[in-house]
Design a protein around this ligand. Sequence first.
Ligand code: PXG
Length: 440
Amino acid sequence: MRVMPNDLDAYWMPFTANRQFKQAPRMLVSAKGMYYRSDDDRPILDGTSGLWCVNAGHGRLEIAEAVKAQLARLDYAPSFQMGHPIAFEAAAKLRQILPEELSHVFFANSGSESVDSALKIALAYHQLRGEGRRTRLIGRERGYHGVGFGGISVGGLASNRRQFALLPNVDHLPHTHDLERNAFSRGLPAWGGHLADDLERLVALHDPSTIAAVIVEPMAGSAGVLLPPKGYLERLRAICSKYGILLIFDEVITGFGRLGGHAFAAEKFGVKPDMITMAKGLTNGTIPMGAVATSDDIYRTFMDQKDNPAAIELAHGYTYSGHPVACAAAIATIDAYQREKLFERAETMAPAFEKAAHGLRDAPHVIDIRNMGLVTGIELAPRSGQPGARAYETFVHCFENGTLIRVTGDIIALSPPLIISESQIDDLFGAVRAALNTVA
Ligand code: PXG
């Protein structure tokens, strides 16, 4: 059955070429396991976990049941100066899979809100410690931290910044992408660890006493799957610690098993940030939710204030922080990850995924392939004078032939649900090869 709304005009679609899309819409109407169904009733293999969020696969009845039961029991309750048990339960559940050092959870409703929350916590933290001059935030070129004013300011994607006014007091580290030295890396690229030393330059330029926090994605997702060079994150950590700067890992994409073997990249790489931001896989994409996990030191700094015990420690929060229905979804999701050992499964499937990804090395237009866990970036040579066109046409070809991929510029990013099978891995990369064989 074709389910096509007769009015496409009312809905202003996010991050979409609305005019182009509405000429030739692509509609998904249902989903189960590894597959969507399109409005013309074709199965569509999900090579992207929706938008990097459905890590446990689609149509999980246990999440649906938990959401339904929670809606019936307590649909909404305020979280300001009031509590409801499931928010505390959700934070405790999340703690089970967080790095031990990050044991306190602030809830938001998206990755963007989580990032803004973390940046604000960083500023307030320094102020409480009598270091109120630390107001500068450091991001990285090609970083993506959502679309709040904080996120686009520390973010490093020029196209997301140029239409808007930005926060002052922000600077950026250089990105780490280098095709000449690192093309076709498997896992962490060998070259570029020293790029973290650029933070020393920024510290010297601005004076460490003005810098509040450094925020990076452990692996840049939206910019096209840029893995950190060996030793890079360790060096960032060391320099931050040396100068009292907080290190924030934005794990909205890398969280919940994407890189294989661990819930978070912080553990995978053995580097401890002071805060982790997350969203997406937290509820398997079912209900909007984000969170910031903070170190005990940060939490204690707020809680151990001696002034007035009736004071609100952090003047920040959202109507839907700790929303009971989102909390129910998060608990059921984390249960599923644990019960089915999906983070371990991602690690187990990673070699087959890597082999299939690098199998595209001889496909037309491919100039780089990089991967870790169940994520890969496949970079295409741009068509002369038409940046992004080749990848976009690859995306359309794949969709028309039953596979959902994601493209950013001329980079294909694949990040399937962690339940993907070996034969589905073959299908996924086979579909990309077929598309690459077709596009000019
Ligand atoms: N931080 C990171 C690292 C992200 O990847 C956000 C923050 C913002 O999250 P919200 O929930 O506010 O969208 C993200 C989001 C893509 C793509 O295809 C990536 C994201 C969102 C949409 C598309 O690369 N990441």
